[in-house]
Design a protein around this ligand. Structure first.
Ligand SMILES: [Zn+2]
Length: 257
């Protein structure tokens, strides 16, 4: 199976030559409806054998020698550093400086945030739904890395866009409370557009992530333009479909030869 039919590279992201990063699409796998077809998550009700077959397809297409670090994602602000893969880590961010360890995040609307040191010494990946974003998963990842923020290259993966991410009043209230004194309230308020006649608003996760990254001193941020709900041929979307599969975001330092 050619890699191009399984996976989509994060767009317009110039990486050090020893770093590899990918986002999977939904095509090219073996899962049947409603998970068709490249579902890579075991926790969504799909047949486990299909998920493992899909994971093997991706592993063989990317690099069969990779060691896979999966996370038990819980919408937290917890980031772990791994140098050898550890099963069942409960966390929403992972950092490694060890070549050959594939840092993995599974999403279907939540934002995945990729991090690479400019000198190719370290990579990280974070799972950022609105709760994780509000509680500081990006800040904890940036601060957990060995290189300063200005030496980081960051890319935002696909996520549900401001065209489709309707949220209740508690979401802007949580961001305003959590980021008071760090990000101006007016800038946070600009990430939410009121839905007329309701207390709801349309939230822009990409913009919220960019505001936080700028406040943390990160200067290089790519990606952040594709809506998973809109792009139904390419991506799973929980908001669009309910029961559905998950895409893989993956970053690693390439295995040593
Ligand atoms: Zn959309």
């Amino acid at each position: 199976m050619p890699l191009a039919s399984l996976a989509l590279a994060p767009p317009d992201w110039d990486l050090p030559s020893n770093v590899m990063a990918w986002v999977s699409g939904r095509k090219g796998g073996v899962s049947s409806a409603p998970y068709e077809s490249l579902n890579l998550a075991l926790h969504v009700g799909d047949n486990a054998a299909s998920v493992h077959a899909n994971r093997r397809l991706v592993a063989n297409a990317l690099d069969a020698s990779l060691q896979w670090q999966w996370l038990q994602q819980v919408h937290s602000d917890k980031v772990v550093r791994v140098n050898t893969p550890v099963p069942d880590i409960v966390a929403d961010g992972v950092i490694t400086s060890a070549p050959g360890i594939a840092c993995c995040v599974l999403t279907a609307d939540c934002l995945s945030v990729f991090f690479a040191a400019k000198d190719g010494s370290e990579v990280a990946l974070a799972h950022a739904g609105w709760r994780g974003l509000a509680s500081g998963i990006i800040a904890n990842t940036v601060q957990g890395m060995s290189v300063p923020a200005e030496q980081l290259l960051v890319c935002l993966g696909p996520a549900i866009g401001p065209c489709h991410f309707e949220v209740g009043a508690e979401v802007p209230e949580t961001f305003l409370r959590s980021w008071a004194g760090v990000i101006p309230a007016a800038a946070i308020a600009d990430c939410f557009h009121a839905v007329a006649g309701t207390p709801k608003s349309m939230a822009d996760l990409f913009r919220l992530a960019r505001l936080q990254l700028a406040a943390l001193g990160v200067q290089s941020v790519a990606g952040g333009s594709e809506c998973t709900y809109c792009e139904q041929d390419k991506y799973y979307s929980y908001r669009r479909s309910g029961t559905t599969g998950r895409m893989l975001s993956m970053i690693c330092l390439k295995p040593a030869l």
